[in-house]
Design a protein around this ligand. Structure first.
Ligand SMILES: [Zn+2]
Length: 118
């Protein structure tokens, strides 16, 4: 992989925000509308979540916080924190990424017990 020296603020490859309530449809996957009452995956029809028929609901749909901010610590450990809003998750990652780069990052040990256990 090519890396350029001119992009010091580039995000860690494994950092990002993840939608825990939805996933894209897999290639060739049969996805049903909730009204069809069929077993298997269903489309999200909540206009507040996104375009109808574009997102497949996960088992967590509507439960807990939607967005999971993920990043990798300076010790190589993956960390995660959940947020209600994507913008908040993004800001969190941006803040940590910047702190990691500038060396002002404080290890959030107090948050370890909040980690997602799947
Ligand atoms: Zn949804």
């Amino acid at each position: 992989m090519l890396r350029t020296m001119s992009a010091p603020t580039k995000r860690n490859d494994r950092a990002g925000e993840e939608d825990r309530w939805h996933r894209p449809a897999r290639r060739g996957e049969q996805v049903n509308w909730p009204a069809a009452n069929m077993p298997g995956p269903v489309w999200c029809t909540d206009p507040k979540h996104g375009k109808s028929g574009a997102l497949v609901c996960t088992v967590r749909h509507g439960q807990g916080k939607r967005w999971l901010a993920r990043w990798v610590d300076h010790d190589g450990q993956e960390r995660r924190t959940a947020f209600d809003r994507r913008a908040d998750a993004k800001r969190h990652i941006d803040g940590i990424t910047t702190a990691l780069i500038t060396g002002t990052y404080a290890d959030p040990h107090l948050r370890c017990d909040l980690r997602d256990r799947g």
